[in-house]
Design a protein around this ligand. Structure first.
Ligand code: A2R
Length: 313
């Protein structure tokens, strides 16, 4: 029997690419690089291998009459038109849980980095400025107030870590989570007004687009810090830039951006930011686990077994 043909729509971590190539006939981004060749193979494509940032539109799904499933390498799947897939009975899978610890760790890394100015202080030392005097003082983290926007798997893991720092934790979600024991606020704006650090960790997509807007930033205030390890779309990037420039907020630590991998020059020029290239789940251990889970979902499908981690309808 011939190996199933799949369409890869993202540039993957090379070991995952190798895994896919060993088992499947992979058409790597052919829909973008060679539409004529893609039109010839499209009727035979049985699965899509996507990443958390990849775009899988209704139009692409419609071009694939034999499509049976979509496997996303990542927990976020806001680039995939899940509704269009489900309408055709095509399941979508993602890689939840295996990256929770890394993203939560990175949330705390960013929080601590912006509070203490770690990259800036390191730059100060490297530039030979230390002999001129000590580096400027930072913001104490232990005991400070943390507001978490999105108390799901990762939000909860961040809260658990923050408890170790004696932080006072509050959160906002669409539905209250009384079992968490943390203080609930019905909106990001109400939460922002009551905290020193605002940590954003919701899914992306239409439901959270620009949830963190100018009003939320104003409520966070001139001593408040914003941290985003969710998706760039969740923050109004222009409003964040203006808030940083005007001192409306004290600083921001961002791992995600609206138009990755392009980060606005004005943002890169600011001193009161810590900026990382969407690397929250980027450890060897977690990439391996994500690859195994994304690959496992494809394998389960083609073996006629239940999918390991389907996303809900
Ligand atoms: O839907 P709810 O009420 O259970 O709350 C979810 C929350 N959430 C929101 N919170 C406030 N306003 C919204 N419009 C809103 N929409 C969703 O985000 C839930 O507490 C949390 C998502 O949790 P999980 O589904 O467990 O996702 P996980 O694994 O924590 O990952 C979150 C995101 C991914 O989708 C990637 O975009 C990113 O982290 O790496």
């Amino acid at each position: 029997m011939s190996t199933p043909e799949i369409l890869s729509v993202a540039k993957f971590w090379p070991p995952y690419t190798a895994q896919l190539n060993e088992t499947y006939t992979v058409h790597d981004r052919l829909h973008q690089t060679d539409p004529a060749a893609f039109a010839l193979v499209a009727p035979r494509i049985r699965a899509i291998a996507a990443s958390g940032e990849a775009i899988v539109t209704r139009e692409l799904i419609a071009q694939l009459p034999a499509l049976e499933m979509i496997s996303v390498f990542g927990v976020g799947y806001d680039g995939v038109d899940v509704k269009a897939a489900h309408e055709r009975g095509i399941p979508v899978t993602n890689t939840p849980d295996v990256l929770t610890d890394d993203v939560a760790d990175m949330g705390m890394v960013l929080l601590l980095s912006i509070a203490r100015g770690v990259p800036q202080a390191e730059q100060y030392l490297r530039a030979g400025q230390w002999p001129q005097g000590p580096y400027k003082l930072g913001r104490k983290v232990t005991g400070a107030r943390l507001g978490i926007v999105g108390l799901g798997r990762i939000g909860q893991a961040i809260a658990t870590r923050a408890e170790g720092f004696g932080m006072r934790i509050a959160y906002t979600t669409r539905t209250e989570k009384p079992a968490s024991g943390y203080r609930y606020f019905p909106s990001a704006e109400a939460l922002a007004a009551e905290v020193d650090f605002l940590m954003v960790i919701t899914p992306g997509g239409a439901g959270t687009r620009k949830l963190i807007n100018a009003n939320v930033l104003k409520a966070l205030g001139p001593k408040g810090f914003l941290i985003n390890v969710a998706r760039g779309s969740v923050c109004d990037e222009q409003a964040v830039i203006e808030a940083l420039q005007n001192g409306t907020i004290a600083g921001a630590a961002l791992d995600v951006f609206e138009n990755e991998p392009n980060v606005p020059e004005v943002l890169r020029a600011l001193d009161n930011v810590v900026l990382t290239p969407h690397m929250a789940s980027g450890t060897w251990e977690t990439r391996r686990a994500m690859a195994d889970l994304a690959f496992g979902n494809l394998g389960a499908h083609f073996a006629g077994q239940p999918l390991l981690t389907p996303v809900p309808a």
